[in-house]
Every structure is written in structure tokens, then in C-alpha cells.
Design a protein around this ligand. Sequence first.
Ligand code: GLU
Length: 484
Amino acid sequence: MIRTRFAPSPTGYMHIGNLRTALYEFLIAKSQGGKFILRIEDTDRERYVDGAVEVIYKTLELSHMPHDEGPDIGGDYGPYVQSERKGDYMKYAKELVEKGEAYYCFCTKERLDSLRAHVSGDDVAKYDRHCLSLSPEQIEENLQKGVPFVIRQKIRPGKTTFHDVVYGDITVDNEEMEDQILIKSDGYPTYNFANVIDDHAMAITHVVRGAEYLSSTPKYNLLYEAFGWEIPTYVHLPAVMKDKHNKLSKRNGDASFQDLIQKGYLPEAIINYIALLGWSPSDNREIFSMDELIEAFDVKGLSKSPAIFDIDKLTWMNGEYIKNMPFDSFYEYAEPELKAAVKRDDIDLKKLASYVQSRVSTFKEIAQKVDFVDKLPSYEPELYVHKKMKTTLEMSLENLKKAYPVLEALEKWDNDSIYAALKNLIDEMQIKNGQMLWPVRTALSGEPTSPCGASELGELLGKEDSLDRIKKGIELLSGCVVSE
Ligand code: GLU
């Protein structure tokens, strides 16, 4: 059975690249009836952030990517947490020491610093294997005395070749590798050690992760070989880029998953969009639900060229999701935005929401689309000039003056009655629909675009406010037409 794992470090935010890794891990497993494991990699205690595990949990929940198993946490199962498995790593490291594949190193920080100081130019400081030559008695004595130590991997001579699903075959000369630290002086394992132990312990078949780990993979292979364990299938993913030259990075202020949610993007749209950042379906289709992704996903569609995160594309996709949402779900998201933007209590918010649904790409855009409702914005008379409909300032003034008494006389004030009254007038005056409806729409909204047309706006705003706004339009136009 295919088993993948998502192994985030608890940093307090979900980087888009990490979420995409999680998604591909989820899809690789689920497309083949496999299991998706969650493992919190918190052995770097200096970087630990409180509340970070909750962020990971919440992200997976919102993204509909539940993990499949984990240790019992009172009736439910949690994720695997590396800091809770500290003893296991030490046990395995000692096993390697006994096998002659690893060794204790007691070198002080000062000694290591001085090694580094003697390296020139582009050379990288490699540990000089000083402690490899310690006698068993010396080692025992140091351990007895409690001298701080680390455990290092003893890199064997030769070459290491491995296959990656995305990058193909890669061969590295072992000479290039350092005797890396497996257990740190605080007793915690390094990432490089813990990931191998855990991937084996959790029977992970496909290791999917960022391409920044590609260069360390030969070292992991040597560890698998040292233990005599089966090597998993590797799937390394190219970075998600901000532009051609820069990676997307939270540190540089680029949006995390939470930031996008905060900005009014739907988790479903984010997931759909990032699925396509590095993977292409066999056809050119773009919109996929999670079930459809599971159905369509195939590692053959993964690409090794870095994908650029395009916020405009995501925004477009989010708009497609919003348009296609059932109205009730849309309203759940829209209601708080509408309530924050519209303080008048005589406005039918559901009706307003129904006009807005097809006109926004994110929920945060709603406020700006409806802020004309509470207060008519001050606007320039030029808004009345519509080239295609050939409306001029004079014509708008005249038509608004005609419309005013007709609307004032209306007894029934709803969309249909307002439209019928204006249409009558249009026919009587033998003008084009737009030549009446555009000026009325403009007077009612004070905006170059509005979520609905003249008669819907009239119904929404109510008779009194509508007449008042038309009067203001007449005043504005009179001022500029007379002075011309
Ligand atoms: N903890 C590592 C990270 O957050 C995971 C790398 C991996 O998936 O092996 O980058």
C-alpha cells in the first residue's frame, strides 16, 4: 500500500510551497487507495513556535486533507510528533555506532570554528574526522565524564546513485559529503537523521518533499543502506516561485495559506490553484474539486521546472468558485462582509448578496462593491457620459428630470414597477433604454459600475433615498450644464 507523509516543521504559518507538498502527498496516496500520515518535525527546539501545530491542523482541515493515523490521544488520533520520540532516535544512532556506521564526536565548538576559519575561497568546511580515530577507551572515558557529544554518520567511500521520480537518476561522489551530525549535543536528532528513521518506522513508500532536500538525499540513502532498510521512492518538487528569480517566501512578506484565507480566498480555490503549480492534468482542464483531483492525479504530470505563483490567476479561479457556489453557502461568507459595510437596517442584504455574487473574485471585494449603499459617494458628472450609449451631460440632466416625477408618482415601489415606469417613459420619449437607465443607475449609485441595474438599485435603496439621490444627480448636472 502507498503511504505518504506530510512532515511540516511547526513554524507558525503554512507556506504555499509546503501546502502544495502536502497536497501532492495526499493525492499520491489517495489516488491509489493509500494512507496519508502527518508528522510534526519539531526537533529544532530553537525554532519551535507555540500554537504552530494548531495552524497545521487547521490548514489540513480547511483543505479537506485529513491524515489517516497516528498515536492515540484519548479516543482520537493525533499526528506523530518527533520530540515525543526522542529516545527512539538515540537507540537507532547507537545501533549505527555499534555497526561502525557512525561515531561519537566530542569536538568543541571552538575546534569546529577553527576548522571553518581555515577554509579558503569557495571550499566548504568539512568535518576532519578527528574523533573517528578515538580509541574505545577514550570514548568510554569521555562518556563517563559526561563530555558533551554528538553522533556523526560515517560516510563510506564510493559513489551513491538514486532515482527521483521528477529529477531522474542522480549520482554523487561520496567524497563530497560530510560526516553529518545525526544526534545533536542536546540529545535531539537532526532533521537529516529523524526523517530517515521515521520514514522507515512509519513504512513510508513515497517521500515527497521540496527539491532543497535533493542534495541531502544521497546521505539518507547511505543511512538506509547502513541499516539494511528498503529505500523509498523519492519525489522532489521544484520550488514555488514569486517571479523568475525569487522563491515565494513568507520571510519576504509573501502570502501564507492563512494570509490568503484572511484576504477572502476560498480553501477549495487555493487547493485547486496550487494543484496546478507543478502538475498538469492530461487535458487542459483547470477547475478541479478535491475528488476530481484524486481521480485525475498522476505523478507523470509533475514537472521539474519551477512554477510561478500568480495571484491574479488565483483570484480569477476564486471568482469562478464564488460564482458557482450555491447561494446559501455564498451568503454565509458574504453576510459578515455585508453587515460590516452596510449599516442601514432597511436593506435586503440577501438580495444585495445575490447581485454581488457573480461580481466579486474574493469576499473582501464585497465591501467595496456595496459601500455606495450607506452613503452616496461624491462623484464627477463625467460618470454620466457613456460613449456607447451616447449619453451626454445635457441628455442625462433632461432624462433625470423626466424620470423624477414619474418615479415620485409610483405607488408600488419594486423592481418590476420601477422598470415598467422607466420603460414607458423611454418609449414615450423614443430614446434608447440606456439613455434613461444609465443616468438613473449613475444617480443611484454614484459609481462607474454597480452590482445591479437602475430598477434593482431603486428597489434596494427604497423610494425616499432613490428620489433623493436622483435629485442630487439633477443638482450636480444642473451646476455643470449651466456653467458650460
Ligand atoms: N520538516 C521538513 C520541512 O518542513 C520536511 C521535509 C520533508 O518532507 O522531508 O521542510
